[in-house]
Design a protein around this ligand. Sequence first.
Ligand code: SF4
Length: 197
Amino acid sequence: MSITIHKDQVLKQIGYKSLPEEKVLTLLDEMLELGNKQISPLMKFKKIGCSGEFHPFFHGAALGYFALVSIGPELENQVKAFFDLGKAMEGYILDVVGTVAVKQAGNALWAEIIEDASLRGFKKGFRRAPGCKGVPMPLQKRIIDMLQEPDPGVRVTSSYMLVPRKSFAFLGRFGGKLEGSFSCEGCPQFSTCDLRR
Ligand code: SF4
């Protein structure tokens, strides 16, 4: 699947409420052209058992998934190169293009998982990621280990960060009732989070 990022998405992610000055728009166009060529999405998911052997998030579910998405290393290598050259504005905007791209890839992957679940008779699903309430970071490693084949694409550091950085792993479940311990209430990312939708 290919991913294309548009100007309005990047402006929204940065927080612009109206169009910025011409100079910024020109730079944004340049970074979008560059970034869109450097996005190479990796999207994987795997159906897993729901006995709770993987994590309590799956307790009571009928269907569970591990999922992994990444836009690859090229864009973030270019971001680093810009910062190394003192081109902070270019580096910042390109980094935001990458953030929007990995979110978009994650939503596209979730749509594929929903489609897979609906073929099995399930409609309403929930997803959460390591770092969400009740989902510890070490689960990143379990997900990555499970999705290594055929091409690892993403690795986990000793502090459970993913490399490339513009990657994220998540869990999905369908059927049954999600326990209150996984509620999003009080989460500081609540208003901007795509995962809970
Ligand atoms: S709002 Fe988003 S980041 Fe926060 S706990 Fe819910 S799913 Fe996780």
